[in-house]
Design a protein around this ligand. Structure first.
Ligand code: FEO
Ligand code: CA
Ligand code: CA
Length: 660
């Protein structure tokens, strides 16, 4: 979700705490001047890690010298003509590629769904149509085919000013949305969640299969189960669910993942915005909710559905903020909220099978000064028996990362009874540790980060890439978050000890500090090969493709006066080209780039264009607030009777072949 929506979107910016200081009251591991100390010790060490450190932080001249010393490595792993960065109403892909619209908000997910009519929306229609604000995209091949599979897509949130006619008034140049009716709330709830839909490639083009048996919409009302250590405990019981296991819906599903056994992971991120009301006086959840910013009251759902009003249903927020797993092979399966993976503002949950068969999930908590986590399953992945893997996520160890000044790191286990995680500190059980994951991590001394987003492991190297999107509120640097005014974010590379993803120690480097390298104060560290089109800010989602190459999508470039929209960048991580970035695809004005999802055979890159048209005040092509009646773009249809629509795009090479 975009961090700053300019004048328009009070709701979006509230959800991201755009101007707030972050919610972490602790000051773990803050250090003023350790960067210099670190690199004076390490800059001239031998070996690739030391070279990486140089690449990330030292001048281009030093970088060249280092590269000359490095044998057997050559240029970029990518080869495509770069897109020119800029802003306009359309999307753009590298020459020689096609970017085809695959699914738009309102498109049919089932053969019997009604045609999309933006002037006559309804809950029942939206429940059968593609939802709003597509974010995570995953592809699960069917029967091992490369041209047939399930596309799984999160619908993170709704932008009422872009979705609905007649709901906006303009006051002092800003968009104000009228209070919701019950009908509008129900449409919004149906536009949240996710879509599972079969797609097939015929004659080189992907198309949805509307009569496929596994197609499914998941919404903010879909029945789910809590599973794992928190299920059935008192803090998740409500007046409507005495069992503490039965929950309706999933919300604000940002990024996610596809597990090695082919289930779909939907991460619940900014859940605080959906709750309103006040806890009863002296309620024991007060501190817990404060740490998550609950309630923010950004949506009106609680006026019509009492479970979103914490005065009436004080435990309901404890039933959100989890990682949700969906068995896509059974369209009637009940999705499970996997509580063992902790409760926070989950960005995503990308996984990798470790050498010993245990499965490791990397988890970012997207808030200023919050943490990087990983979860290691207790059981081992069984590639021969899918069913045997279906509850692997209920047992395992959750760890939080401490990044040390010397370039080492430690994964600290969040286990009840160990260290400070005891009854004396208010943790009576593992369920308490998981419900209040952030507070437990505070006590362990985790490193506060600059908004951890997607974390992408590279199975071939034992490394993982952490997108840190930005943080301009930092008063003290720490080594892994070295910039105080970090408007453009950075990428940290985790190097697990001996390449073992289950390791509890490791090393880390900064792959790149983002922003415009031609502006010295920004402190960007892209390689000198990076062109004026190639640099980016605000890394958000990422993918490692079948060749082990890193792709990074961004959130917020157009909001920072950079003269460029968000997009998908290809970033070298190896050899001389390390730290080189180039622009492959860019989104229309106001949009954020989500996805990205390369297919295993590398012939398609699926991307998600989120909240297009949400902005345009500072773009000369519009120059005023953008809303349903006065949009900065009508992408992708460009029809006067059709509003702008978030959409999933399939990028292929013209004439076929591998991408990038
Ligand atoms: Fe939904 Fe962290 O962006
Ligand atoms: Ca995002
Ligand atoms: Ca990803």
């Amino acid at each position: 979700m975009t961090e700053l929506s300019q004048s328009q979107m009070f709701r979006t910016s509230k959800l991201e705490e755009a101007d707030g200081p972050g919610l972490n009251p602790t000051q773990n591991r803050t250090m003023g001047d350790i960067i210099a100390a670190r690199f004076s010790r390490r800059s001239f060490m031998k070996g690739s890690m030391a070279l990486s450190a140089i690449a990330a932080t030292v001048s281009p001249v030093a970088l060249l010298a280092a590269d000359e010393a490095r044998a057997g490595t050559t240029g970029s792993a990518f080869n495509f003509p770069e897109v020119e960065a800029g802003v306009d109403a359309d999307h753009h892909v590298a020459d020689g590629y096609d970017a085809d619209i695959l699914l738009r908000w309102g498109d049919k997910v089932f053969a019997d769904a009604p045609d999309f009519d933006p002037t006559r929306q309804s809950e029942t229609a939206q429940e059968r149509q593609f939802g709003y604000n597509n974010d995570f995209v995953g592809f699960i091949p069917l029967d091992g085919a490369s041209d047939r599979g399930l596309l799984v897509v999160n619908h993170e949130y709704t932008n009422e000013h872009l979705m609905f006619p007649g709901v906006v008034t303009i006051a002092e140049g800003k968009v104000k949305v009228t209070p919701a009716t019950q009908e509008r709330v129900n449409i919004e709830m149906a536009a949240h969640g996710g879509t599972i839909i079969e797609i097939r490639k015929q004659d080189g083009k992907w198309r949805p299969v509307l009569d496929a048996p596994l197609n499914r919409r998941i919404t903010a009302k879909t029945e789910m189960r809590l599973s794992g250590p928190v299920a059935g405990t008192d803090r998740v019981k409500t007046s409507e669910d005495a069992s503490g296991t039965r929950v309706f819906g999933t919300i604000n599903n940002c990024a996610g993942g596809v597990t090695p056994w082919g289930t779909y992971i939907m991460a619940e991120e900014n859940i605080h915005g959906y709750f309103l009301g006040e806890l009863p006086a002296g309620h024991p959840e007060a501190e817990n909710y404060k740490r998550l910013g609950v309630p923010a009251g950004d949506y009106d759902w609680g006026k019509f559905h009492k479970r979103f009003d914490i005065a009436q249903e004080p435990n309901e927020p404890n039933r959100f903020g989890w990682v949700v797993e969906v068995d896509v092979m059974d369209p009637n399966s009940v999705p499970k909220k996997r509580t063992a993976l902790g409760r926070f503002k989950h960005e995503g949950a990308e996984s990798v099978v470790a050498a010993d068969g245990r499965v490791v999930f990397y988890l970012g908590d997207d808030e200023r000064f919050d943490y990087v986590y990983k979860f290691v399953t207790a059981g081992r992945y069984n590639p021969k028996d899918r069913a045997a893997n279906l509850d692997l996520l209920d047992e395992g160890t959750l760890y939080v990362a401490r990044f040390d000044e010397g370039g080492g790191m430690e994964w600290l286990p969040l286990i009840h009874g160990q260290g400070p995680l005891t009854a004396a500190n208010g943790f009576a059980s593992q369920a308490d540790v998981l419900i209040e994951t952030r507070r437990a991590a505070d006590l362990l001394g985790a490193t506060p980060m600059d908004r951890p987003e997607d974390i992408q492991p590279n199975p071939a190297t034992g490394r993982a890439y952490v997108m840190l999107t930005n943080n301009t509120r930092r008063k003290e640097a720490n080594a892994a978050n070295p910039r105080l005014n970090n408007a453009f974010g950075h990428i940290v590379e985790i190097i697990e000890a001996e390449g073992d993803f289950t390791a509890t120690t490791g090393q880390w480097e900064i792959l790149v500090q983002c922003g415009d390298p031609s502006v010295a104060e920004v402190g960007a560290t892209f390689s000198t090969e990076t062109t004026k089109n190639g640099w980016f800010g605000m890394p958000d989602n990422a993918a490692i493709d079948a060749d082990g190459r890193l792709w990074v999508s961004t959130d917020g470039n157009s909001m920072k006066g950079t003269g460029r929209t968000d997009g998908l960048w290809a970033v070298d991580t190896e050899g001389q080209a390390r730290g080189t970035s180039r622009l492959f695809y860019r989104v229309p004005v106001g949009a954020e780039m989500c996805g990205p999802c390369p297919t295993e055979d590398m012939t398609t890159m699926f991307v998600a264009v989120q909240h297009p048209g949400d902005g345009g005040d500072d773009w000369e092509g519009h120059g005023r607030p953008s809303y349903y009646e006065d949009l900065s773009t009508r992408w992708p249809d460009f029809r006067d009777d059709m509003p702008v629509r978030p959409a999933v795009v399939a990028i292929t090479k013209r004439g076929g072949g591998r991408i990038g």
